[in-house]
Write a new protein. Sequence first.
Length: 233
Amino acid sequence: MCGRFNVTSDPLQAVFMDLLDQDYPGSDNFNVAPTSNVWVIRGKLGSNSTYSAIEARWWLTPNWAKEISTKYSMFNARAETIEKSSAFKMPFRRRRCVVPVSGFYEWQRTEDQKQPHYVKPAENGAMMLAGLWDEWHNPEDDQVLTSFTIVTCDAADPIKFLHHRQPVMMRTNDIATWLNRDTDTETLQSLVKPRLPYALEIIPVSKFVSNSKNNGPKCIEPAGNSHQIAAQT
């Protein structure tokens, strides 16, 4: 699963300059939790259009929902059932996005505790996560909410010790395919399989990050020896 992540201008500035030719518009948040607002990059609307960035709420609200609610866990979308879900099937076909992050957190369960780990690219670049977005309108007051969810899949073997699920990570050359509205579903499904498109560094961190109210660089301070995982594509 993916229930917490980290966004910082370094390395996200490079992503926004490369894809959109603009500065990263967000602020540093070392402990992003569901229902927080972050910046995502949306797909092309036509062959001559460019990508666009938008600030969106991390917990998808379907366009057909009667109200904004957290009754159901909509911050992750399972790749295996994405085309069967009433909430996710249309965004999967027509409203895909990527979520640029510095890294994400996962909690390893042991007999007596849950040890948080910080997972980031070993080369210190950004991690691009597959996402879906939607737009909800309130007809009573014209309120518009743009929201998104992160696509997850079974964890690749080298990181199963952390959790049995992982966010879907995009390679650089997958982004254009994922964001193109005309990409066929068979190709899209091939992109949401378990894999590690780049080498990862996994760092044990303190339980400070476990409280979603805590923030700042202390969230990623090492609390043990890190180790690297080779890419698996």
